[in-house]
Design a protein around this ligand. Structure first.
Ligand SMILES: [Zn+2]
Length: 234
């Protein structure tokens, strides 16, 4: 496999070219980077004309990804978040004893030094505590409503990129606790969704009508997550 980096004048973006034993030419635009995969002997002319043809699409993808990056959650002084419908403002303070304290609508993050990763960790730990207090109780509440509380085993938390929640056959439900930052109806929808899997371990019509029973506005909530989920990530 041969990998080369390019910045050609005719294209307004740099890209990486990887030649390998493949038959087709393909372009990936991910995390603001353009990655071209080509067959070993693909001619530069072919690659360039393919890129020229796709330039508008590539630029649109890059712009969309840039926009999403800018909308991401910033853990810093003055940042605004919402927790269970309560708007909170973040404050950063230096202290020898790292901790997070909530007073009124101000969440103060005390850190030893003003570093982005330290702030994020402190904030995420605090948020996990809030999730532990809310999400399992809500899952139990919904499970009782559906008459499947005997099937609910444990609620655990994991920060996964690929999904917001997960329900296993053995009755374990897993949530990404960043969901605590979503509007409350959206958060409750996701809890209702995973809890409904205790009844149906699929996405059948019966499953969705169970979700609807708990959360009549589930379609809007699901849409919100699709279009705004990236905003919850720091
Ligand atoms: Zn599901």
């Amino acid at each position: 496999m041969q990998q080369l980096e390019f910045q050609l004048q005719e294209f307004p973006f740099p890209y990486t070219l990887t030649r390998s034993r493949r038959k087709t030419l393909v372009i990936y635009v991910k995390s603001g980077k353009v990655d071209v995969r080509s067959p070993l002997k693909a001619s530069t002319k072919w690659i360039n004309s393919f890129l020229a043809e796709k330039t508008a699409w590539i630029q649109a993808q890059l712009a969309e990804q840039r926009k999403k990056m800018q909308q991401r959650l910033v853990i810093a002084e003055g940042s605004k978040i919402e927790l269970l419908g309560n708007p909170l403002t973040l404050q950063v303070a230096i202290s020898g004893r790292p901790r997070a304290t909530l007073q009124g609508s101000t969440l103060t993050l005390f850190v030893k030094e003003h570093k982005k990763d330290k702030l994020e960790k402190l904030f995420l730990d605090w948020l996990l505590e809030q999730a532990r207090q809310y999400m399992p109780t809500m899952a139990k509440h919904y499970a009782r409503q559906l008459g499947v509380d005997h099937k609910l085993k444990e609620v655990t938390f994991r920060k996964t990129r690929t999904k917001w929640g997960h329900c296993c056959q053995d009755g374990d439900i897993q949530f990404n606790w960043l969901l605590m930052l979503a509007p409350q109806p959206v958060l409750d929808y996701l809890i209702a969704h995973e809890t409904s899997h205790l009844r149906y371990l699929n996405h059948s019509t019966k499953f969705w009508s169970t979700v609807e029973q708990l959360c009549p506005d589930y379609k809007n909530c699901r849409n919100w997550l699709t279009h705004n989920g990236h905003r919850l990530w720091p």
